[in-house]
Design a protein. Structure first.
Length: 317
């Protein structure tokens, strides 16, 4: 016990500048905290996390609320085994696989709701990697520990092996992550790039961060130069008045790789209600982002230099 206490104290001392930084961020954007859940019901057709009709039963909605507010240690419902299929699906290439890592405060019914909406909007099977909620207070504490104190904890370990297996078997792996899930993604990328046996696999990986809380995400300069596009390929989507994005991606642009698409006056942090409809419409990016190119079952084509070469070939017949 004494040894563990000393470890924590050492971690606090070593990361004291990060602690001061995050305290300043939390307080300076506090006025936007109530806006995380608004606006309500302004997206036609969206299966909002806050609408009772979005759930298969009233009990599912109640379970989601109770798990959010009641602290308890809970197990994941899917560490890469559960797949949500879209109502209609394009003929997706067999060598491609999509994953979703949820955010904080996400009970199983909400995680399934999020994954099924991703499947519907992008018309692809979505494999769920569920980070269980231990209650919002403990989830926030876990995020602080992982981000500010640089202690991985329970977040990325279950997801890492699942993604390594997929990267070894597939030609393309797409990872969509929301909120706390972006912290998980940052740890996964760091571990993949620093391991000589997995580093070469990262060229197959695409990461799309939505409402990101992470304060960093790295790419590999050498692999990027060789591929002609960022490795891994990364895009970020943030509402400018989303409190968690304000203390996350929007406050750490200098330490975060990837293109950032932001709607400056937009509020809300919920994936289904506040992000997915606008992403699929192309509101964030004027229809230029790669993730938008996947919407409704489309395929955006090759990345980077390969994409430029393809366009030049098409122009010259």
């Amino acid at each position: 016990m004494l040894h563990r206490t000393r470890q924590w104290l050492r971690r606090v001392v070593d990361n004291r500048s990060s602690i001061r930084r995050d305290l300043r961020l939390v307080l300076s954007h506090a006025s936007d905290l109530p806006r995380m859940f608004v606006p309500f019901g302004k997206e036609p057709g969206a299966r909002s996390e806050m609408a009772l009709s979005s759930y298969s039963s009233t009990s599912d909605a109640l379970v989601s609320l109770l798990q959010l507010v009641v602290p308890a240690t809970r197990e994941s419902i899917s560490q890469g085994a559960l797949v949500c299929h879209p109502p209609r699906m394009v003929s997706e290439a067999e060598n491609s696989r999509w994953f979703f890592i949820n955010g904080m405060g996400t009970a199983p019914p909400v995680a399934l709701l999020n994954a099924s909406e991703l499947a519907r909007h992008f018309q692809r099977p979505i494999t769920l990697i569920h980070t269980p909620t231990w209650g919002i207070v403990r989830d926030v504490a876990e995020s602080i520990t992982a981000r500010t104190l640089r202690k991985d904890g329970k977040l990325s370990r279950p997801a890492l092996n699942v993604l390594i297996d997929a990267l070894e078997k597939q030609d393309q792996v797409v990872l969509v992550c929301h909120s706390q899930g972006t912290i998980v993604a940052s740890y996964i990328v760091r571990k993949l790039l620093r391991n000589a046996t997995t580093r070469h696999l990262v060229r197959k990986l695409e990461i799309y961060c939505i409402g990101g809380v992470a304060d960093s995400l790295e790419i590999d300069p050498q692999l990027t130069l060789a591929a002609g596009h960022p490795v891994p390929y990364v895009e970020h989507f943030a509402n400018g008045r989303d409190y968690l994005a304000e203390v996350g991606i929007l406050a750490h642009l200098d330490s975060t790789a990837g293109t950032v698409y932001c709607l400056s006056g937009r509020t809300g942090h919920l994936l289904n209600q506040h992000y997915l409809p606008a992403i699929v419409r192309g509101d964030f990016c004027q229809r230029t982002s790669r993730l938008y190119g996947y919407a409704r079952g489309r395929n955006p084509g090759p990345k980077g230099a390969e994409s430029v070469a393809m366009k030049q070939l098409e122009q010259h017949g």
